[in-house]
Design a binder for this molecule. Structure first.
Ligand code: GDP
Length: 280
């Protein structure tokens, strides 16, 4: 829960004063926080010219357009993608639970027919949240399980449908092709996928670039769901990632329980990164 305590401390940021002899360790901090060499170099230059306020403005300007509200329609289908272990299923559970508590009819569909235990995992979250889960059998074609799941959802009046997919390692081409096919099956037969969300595990550091590249090649990603911000030492990486791809951030997750997530807020995020500088 540390995340909650640190954020909103805008004052924190303004207090940052770096002595000349500390500039090098500041740059080191930036690189270690995931900003990368170029971006860290820019920040240091800006700091030297205009101080910490200018750095903050630079980061906030870079993040212009990065905050996005989840799109909601009469019937909303949310397709989740991402590598294994990144937090897809947990993020689906969190968001599904949020809508269920607001009174929506929510269905989870397990499109991961590949991984042993995928069904059980989503089922556990379904039981915990009281949300129905539509499952296929292991080895079934994911496209047809999702087709059946969406038909089921339509017949029973579900309004928010969350689709989990196999944690396709982005280097496995056939699995990426499968993701493309899944999206086509949905859009040909049902309402459009309202959001295609790529879950980004913030502890993955520079690996995230190749993940985003591969998924982006395959399907249009409409937003990121950032996970494990409580465990990463490199939260800064999200800023150059936004600068490069201009894909907005929907949510930020900071723990394993259902409530540990919130809408991405760029100012909070920037403060969060720099609070770790002040706190050592
Ligand atoms: P999937 O394979 O992408 O579906 O990943 P899971 O949802 O199964 O999550 C993998 C692991 O990451 C689980 O142990 C989750 O509890 C954990 N996890 C997910 N989100 C977060 C988060 O924001 N913070 C932390 N610390 N752990 C998380």
């Amino acid at each position: 829960m540390w995340y909650i305590f640190i954020v909103n401390l805008n004052r924190f940021f303004d207090f940052i004063k770096i002595k000349k002899e500390e500039i090098e360790s500041f740059e080191e901090f930036l690189i270690l926080s995931g900003f990368g060499l170029d971006f860290s170099g820019n920040i240091v230059k800006i700091y030297k010219k205009g101080g910490i306020k200018d750095v903050k403005n630079y980061l906030l300007t870079t993040l212009n357009g990065s905050e996005k509200d989840l799109r909601i329609d009469d019937i909303s289908t949310y397709l989740f993608a991402g590598v294994n272990g990144g937090g897809k299923t947990t993020s689906i559970a969190k968001l599904g639970n949020f809508f269920k508590e607001k009174g929506d009819k929510v269905l989870f569909i397990q499109g991961d027919t590949f991984r042993t235990g995928a069904n059980e995992q989503l089922k556990i979250w379904g039981d915990r949240t009281g949300i129905e889960v539509f499952l296929g059998k292991r080895g079934d074609d994911p496209g047809s399980v999702i087709f059946d799941g969406l038909s089921y959802a339509k017949n029973r009046g579900y309004k928010k449908i969350f689709i989990d997919t196999a944690g396709r390692l982005s280097s496995k081409k056939n699995l990426m092709e499968e993701l493309k096919k899944i999206k086509k099956v949905i859009e040909k037969n049902f309402e459009n996928v309202i959001e295609t969300i790529l879950v980004l595990d913030s502890t993955e550091g520079e690996n995230l670039y190749s993940q985003v590249d591969k998924f982006k090649e395959t399907v249009d990603i409409t937003g990121f769901f950032i996970t494990k911000i409580d465990s990463t030492i490199k939260p800064g990486i999200m800023i150059p990632i936004y600068e490069k791809y201009k894909i907005p951030f929907l949510y930020l997750s900071f723990g394993e329980d259902l409530k540990s997530f919130e809408k991405f807020d760029k100012e909070k995020f920037v403060n969060l990164i720099f609070s770790t500088y002040l706190n050592g």
